[in-house]
Design a binder for this molecule. Structure first.
Ligand code: AMP
Ligand code: MG
Length: 414
């Protein structure tokens, strides 16, 4: 076991300290793969990309109108210009012109070489093949210079970055067809518990459906993961040991739920100790106190608690940052907002709490949160109805209705 101090009076590691330990321990995978752009959404860019070209590649019109040379017309005069052709988007006008002539042009069309100005069609008067400019026409307007978005050889996207739809359109604009991304993580997960029954089988007395694997399958769904659902393992140390060892050989990360506490049927921590190393166990967080983090051979291990809401909280707070770090993604941070809470919140000092809340926005934009319901860690319906965590610091003793609290909306990260 590594040497970590447990500063909490209950011998529990704080949330911040645990996160720090995870970040210190895990190093990003180094292997990369070359993939085509349509497969790249949400993948982690491994090598920065430099633009092979100017964007836009040529001077183009910013609006529909008429392209002309400002020098052909004295400012402050109501000039008349003869329209000698059209520059369409994709079909430039290539013919020569003489002073006093102009070209009909549309947004995105190449500006003919003689022209340095485009005037919007609403601003001119048409008469046959002649347009009249207004007295207040302005030179050099409505033209996008070549490279005005990106210059050739300029860095388009700096690695590492989780690629967004905006990034993909930028890469496509530059004609980049393939990019290097970090390889996917191989992640295996399973549930432990004699009481668990998979969906589709009848429940005998004392049995419950295994809901955690559905929660984890959803939380782990990410194009950077190759996920294997390893089923249910009974509360038997030998079986657990076999599963740990074989799963560790085939995955970068394994995640278990249940059996992480100190009951007579809780074997996760001691099995982890036997097969590998325990970096930490037992955190000052609610829900989710028993969480074993360690390693078996080259495989990282997260032993999450059994209660489904504790799985949700510990996944978001510890597993997700750990997976991001291993995948080589830049670290993200949950968006935190300070908002008024319309519910009184009960809390005993000692552990940081993640209560399930419902965050609403009024018509004038004011954010208000309320408790989603009761806060026991088996209460999945309340979790299902919630849309945020209400975060209460370890030493908080709760709040009265109307006080300001910190909330973390689900899925909003910076
Ligand atoms: P444990 O950590 O194994 O003591 O489990 C704590 C609580 O979570 C018990 O009430 C278990 O029945 C419940 N639990 C454990 N695993 C699951 C699971 N996969 N799905 C739903 N509930 C579970
Ligand atoms: Mg159990």
């Amino acid at each position: 076991m590594t040497d970590i101090c447990y500063p909490n009076r209950h011998n529990l590691l704080s949330v911040e300290q645990a996160l720090l330990e995870i970040r210190k321990a895990i190093e990003a995978v180094t292997e990369q793969e070359l993939i085509a752009l349509p497969q790249a959404l949400d993948r982690i860019l491994a090598d920065s990309v430099v633009s092979p070209m100017d964007i836009p590649p040529q001077r183009t019109a910013a609006m529909d109108g008429y392209a002309f040379a400002a020098g052909d017309t004295a400012a402050g005069q109501q000039a008349k210009l003869q329209v000698i052709g059209t520059s369409w988007a994709g079909k430039p006008f290539l013919e020569l012109h003489v002073p006093g002539q102009c070209v009909r042009i549309f947004t995105g069309a190449v500006v003919p070489s003689f022209a340095d100005s485009v005037i919007a069609q609403e601003q001119v008067e048409m008469n046959g093949d002649t347009v009249s400019l207004p007295l207040d026409w302005q030179p050099y307007k409505n033209i996008r210079a070549a490279g005005s978005d990106v210059k050739q050889h300029e860095e388009l996207i700096t690695a590492p970055k989780k690629l967004t739809a905006r990034d993909l359109s930028l890469l496509a604009a530059a004609g980049v067809e393939k990019i290097s991304v970090k390889r996917k993580l191989k992640i295996g997960f399973f549930s432990t518990g004699d009481e668990l029954v998979p969906l589709g089988e009848p429940l005998a007395a004392g049995q419950i459906h295994d809901s955690n694997r559905y929660l984890l399958a959803g939380l782990l769904s990410d194009p950077n993961h190759t996920v294997s659902n390893l089923g249910i393992v009974v509360d038997d140390q030998f079986k657990l040991e076999q599963t740990f060892k074989s799963a560790a050989q085939q995955h970068d990360v394994i995640i278990s739920t249940g059996g992480a506490s100190v009951g007579d049927a809780d074997f996760v921590k001691q099995t982890l100790e036997k097969c590998g190393q325990v970096n930490f166990w037992k955190l000052a967080i609610k829900p989710g106190k028993p969480l074993a983090f360690g390693k078996i051979g080259d495989c990282w291990f997260f032993g999450l608690p059994g209660n489904p809401v504790a799985v949700l909280v510990t996944y978001e707070k510890f597993v997700k940052p750990g997976l991001e770090q291993l995948a080589g993604a830049p670290a993200t941070q949950a968006l935190r907002l300070r908002v008024r809470c319309d519910s009184a919140l009960k809390k005993s000092p000692g552990r940081q709490e993640y209560q399930r809340g419902i965050l609403c926005q009024s018509a004038n934009g004011e954010l208000v949160v309320r408790l989603a319901g009761q806060q026991d860690s088996h209460q999945l319906k309340v979790a299902s109805q919630s849309n945020c965590f209400i975060v209460l610091d370890a030493d908080s003793i709760g709040i009265d209705a109307g006080e300001t609290v910190t909330v973390e909306p689900f899925s909003a990260v910076l």
